[in-house]
Design a protein around this ligand. Structure first.
Ligand code: SAM
Length: 436
């Protein structure tokens, strides 16, 4: 049937829902009769949705493709502030389950015609009387269109219990509105050939319901609602990584901090050993931070010329970065870099260390400042982060000053190594698993 339409009819139905979501921005959406989760897979990219659920009576069909709803590597590598939870259930739309209450949008795409008429009544009670969502989209075949469909004898699918005319669909929908306090608009997808639209209507007819007034009372459903009912079986649930989760924020921040701290350290070491000429080899991905690295370097270079030693004599280097000066002034006596030959810090007793002040990282690296919000926050978030070593007063990141050959190992062991290589390592892991 679909080749009659371009785009195919099932895509037009899903696009109808997506357009509704774009306009109305619901935060909680459940798809009833979700089948292989194809609509859910499209909806998960609409990040205003915070809870996305699917229900189908056929658990096997849901399980077949449900893992396609899992977060992608990019969701873990570059989590956003958006939150998304996905839940899938096996259960019947004729039964209530408390986990489906309080949704903004319920979709029922080509589902009701698979129910007996008695079950359609139960569906109405469950969806409109018990779940009481703010909006409901119901699509179902329009039987008036059937004569235009080639080689169709009887219903469009062997499992259909009925196919309604426009009048039958509208009569059911208006009754639901009266009974449960909704209003409805009728529309559809799948245009008839020119000149026939008015006579036969859309191939798929759609009712868009909106709840009238405020919240509907909880106990409209027939029967005892005193206890919450859990009649569905949960098949799948996943929380997408989000920067609103403090553990994830800390991990991302730590890897960003280590990345830039390592870069700054390397610049300084190149300066110190005289290996660096004026041509920069740093990648240009983070413009602001890059400039600041340069500013810091210039600053180091200047100080070095004056003192002849790269270390304890350098003061206020960050002022040249042009951002966050106020924050930086709080740590006026901070040194940009110093080597710990005297082994002042316990953790660095056996090694020389390089100290990179958090103030420098905060004011020079836009992503670090955006993620942490303030220098104080940055310090607090890093304090509990095992991959980042801070000095005693928590004002600077300590990195070991390694010999050239050992440097590579440091990078691999650090969050920076992980961050910069993670897309490769994800692929490599897959490869290793295969080889195993
Ligand atoms: N909504 C899907 C889409 O747009 O891609 C297609 C739906 S498919 C035509 C109908 C689905 O309804 C089937 O997956 C079927 O298992 C499910 N179904 C039938 N009766 C049901 C019931 N009582 N409760 C929940 N799901 C039901």
């Amino acid at each position: 049937m679909d080749p009659l339409f371009s785009p195919p009819l099932h895509r037009q139905r899903h696009q109808f829902v997506i357009d509704f979501v774009k306009r109305n921005k619901p935060q909680k959406v459940v798809d009833l009769g979700c089948s292989e989760c194809s609509l859910l897979k499209k909806l998960k990219f609409h990040r205003e949705i915070e809870l996305l659920a699917g229900v189908d009576i056929n658990g096997a069909i849901v399980k077949k493709k449900m893992h396609g709803l899992a977060p992608l590597s990019a969701d873990y590598l570059q989590p956003s502030y958006d939150q998304l939870r996905i839940e899938l259930y096996q259960g019947s739309v004729t039964q209530k389950d408390v986990r489906l209450r309080g949704f903004d949008l319920v979709t029922s795409i080509e589902l009701i015609e698979h129910l007996t008429l008695d079950d359609v009544e139960r569906f109405s009670e469950v969806v409109f009387g018990y779940m009481t969502p703010a909006a409901v989209i119901v699509s179902t075949p329009n039987s008036e269109f059937n004569p235009l469909l080639p080689v169709l004898a009887g219903f469009r699918h062997s499992d259909h219990k009925f196919e309604w005319t426009r009048a039958e669909f509208q009569s059911w929908a208006l009754k639901v509105c009266l009974e449960y306090g909704y209003e409805v608009e009728f529309t559809g997808v799948g245009q008839a050939p020119p000149g026939q639209q008015e006579r036969v209507g859309f191939c798929s007819q759609i009712g868009v319901f909106h709840r009238l007034g405020g919240r509907v009372s909880r106990n409209m459903f027939n029967g005892d609602d005193a206890e919450d009912v859990f009649s569905y079986t949960q098949l799948y649930s996943i929380n997408y990584p989000s920067l609103r989760d403090n553990n994830i924020l800390r991990r991302v921040l730590a890897s960003e901090v280590l990345y830039w701290a390592e870069k700054l350290k390397r610049r300084w070491m190149e300066e110190k050993t005289g290996e660096r000429d004026d041509g920069y080899t740093l990648s240009q991905t983070e413009g602001g931070a890059e400039e600041c690295v340069r500013a810091s370097e210039q600053c180091m270079g200047m100080e070095e010329k004056q003192t002849g030693v790269c270390g304890g004599e350098m003061k206020h280097p960050v002022k040249q970065c042009g951002r966050g000066v106020a924050e930086v002034q709080e740590v006026e006596d901070e040194e940009l870099f110093w080597t710990d030959r005297k082994a002042q810090l316990e953790s660095c007793r056996l090694h020389r260390c390089v100290s990179v002040p958090l103030a420098v990282l905060w004011s020079c690296c836009p992503k670090v400042s955006a993620l942490s919000g303030s220098l104080n926050n940055l310090r607090h978030l890093l304090m509990d982060e095992p991959n980042v070593k801070l000095n005693q007063d928590g004002s600077a990141v300590l990195l070991q000053e390694q010999e050239e050959e050992e440097d590579n190992n440091v990078l691999e062991d650090s969050g920076y190594g992980e961050a910069s290589q993670c897309s490769h390592s994800a692929e490599q892991e897959g490869g290793w698993e295969k080889n195993d």
